[in-house]
Design a protein around this ligand. Structure first.
Ligand SMILES: C[S@@+](CC[C@H](N)C(=O)[O-])C[C@H]1O[C@@H](n2cnc3c(N)ncnc32)[C@H](O)[C@@H]1O
Length: 385
């Protein structure tokens, strides 16, 4: 990956990365077994230090560049314009998201933490998984509650964090490795919309399965309400792809934000300290750096709005004046009109019945559902129907 900023990420990150320090990345064991990740280690002097972690890269530098290029070309030439939220998350974007999770207005992380804390032991009993896979893992902070529960149940053998942001992924993986001796960590740098077929333990994934029979039992955690960043039809495709990878005994633990007072929802995405605004604009920094563009970040204002018809929050960037932007890597010059808005994220909000229905449509049966006492956030445990 290009232009990493490890000093920023290491220095400013909170407790999740407390132990990270400089060093030799040679301890990484790559698994160049498929075309996508057949590139060499790819970690240069700006790489994060990890030791003892197995890493599979489906999004090495060339693949990431191709994917970003395609998304930005399509998004900037669409009407209305739209960029996929996955490109918020370079090291700075992940750092900003981590700050968002600690803001007074941003209730989802605290609520999900509460639901996990109250039910982690039940989840481990219902699905005594040897492998915990976490999609969109980020810093994996809340995930420790699940790791603790599976360890206490005496079953945990492996943790598989899976994320597009390699730097955050590897730092978090290293922290987990330190905290859970005896548990192996297999980090997957990938896009959960494209690389689910290669989940460790699935038929095409790795040695974790043999002859179509699961060698280990897997719990796939998809937390943080991240599934809400996908449109309904994409969610269906994603859930069916995940279901296709499941063996008997595997389970999905899905974290979803629930419909509530729109004022609270909008505040959670438009905090008074402006952290979400900086996070939103970070996608422009990523494009500037990786595609040689010249977005003026001061020329775009943060917008958060509730769409009751679609039951989702939209984040947009509003061009504060008429302006021209060139993206040199694409050979693209484009004009934004004054007040033109470009969508950068949707975050769908769910009902308990709606979640069960979407899972059922993908061949997944709900075996348990929990919320926090105020009914703000839900965790749903689902198994192959
Ligand atoms: C909203 S954050 C949630 C982080 C963490 N799971 C939590 O609950 O706090 C979304 C995470 O998913 C990752 N992500 C977003 N889109 C992704 C994609 N298409 N494939 C893999 N990871 C993705 C981001 O890098 C980020 O770490």
């Amino acid at each position: 990956m290009t232009s990493r900023t490890p000093a920023t990420a290491t220095g400013a990150r909170g407790s999740a990365f407390a132990g990270a320090s400089g060093g030799d990345p040679s301890g990484i064991r790559d698994e160049p077994t498929r075309p996508q990740d057949a590139t060499a280690n790819g970690l240069g002097s700006g790489s994060v230090p990890v030791t003892g972690i197995t890493v599979t890269r489906h999004l090495a530098a060339a693949e990431r560049h191709a994917s970003l290029t395609a998304d930005v070309r399509a998004g900037l030439t669409a009407n209305p314009r739209e960029l996929p939220p996955k490109w918020f998350y370079d090291a700075t974007g992940s750092l900003l998201f981590d700050r968002i999770t600690r803001l007074p207005e941003y209730y989802p992380t605290r609520r999900e933490h509460a639901v996990l804390a109250a039910n982690a032991a039940r989840i481990a009993t219902a699905c005594p998984a040897t492998t915990l896979i976490e999609l969109g893992s980020g810093t994996s902070e809340k995930t420790r509650l699940l790791l603790d529960a599976l360890r206490n149940a005496g079953v945990l053998r492996r943790f598989v964090p899976f994320d597009v942001d390699e730097e955050t992924l590897l730092r978090a993986g290293q922290e987990i490795l330190r905290s859970y001796p005896g548990t192996s960590v297999h980090a997957v740098v990938g896009d959960f919309e494209r690389h689910l077929a290669f989940l460790p333990g699935s038929a095409s994934g790795d040695s974790g399965s043999a002859g179509g029979v699961a060698a280990d039992r897997r719990l796939v955690a998809f937390l943080g309400g991240t599934i809400g960043n996908l449109r309904p039809e994409t969610r269906g495709t994603f859930l069916r792809a995940l279901r296709d990878q499941f063996h008997d005994g595997d389970a999905l633990l899905l974290g979803t934000d629930l419909v509530k007072d729109p004022a609270r929802l909008v505040a959670a995405y438009d905090d008074s300290a402006g952290v979400t605004a900086a996070f939103n604009r970070n996608v422009l920094s990523v494009i500037n750096r990786e595609l040689d563009a010249d977005f003026d970040l001061r020329g775009f204002a943060h917008v958060a709005a509730w769409d009751p018809e679609n039951s989702w929050i939209e984040m947009r960037l509003r061009s504060v004046r008429e302006q021209e932007v060139s993206v040199r890597a694409l050979g693209l010059v484009t004009r934004f009109g004054a007040d033109e808005q470009m969508r950068t994220e949707i975050s769908a909000k769910f009902t308990l019945e709606g979640i069960r229905a979407e899972l059922a449509a993908a061949g997944l049966g709900t075996s348990a559902q929990w919320t926090d006492p105020d009914g703000d956030f839900a965790l749903t445990l689902a198994v192959p129907a």
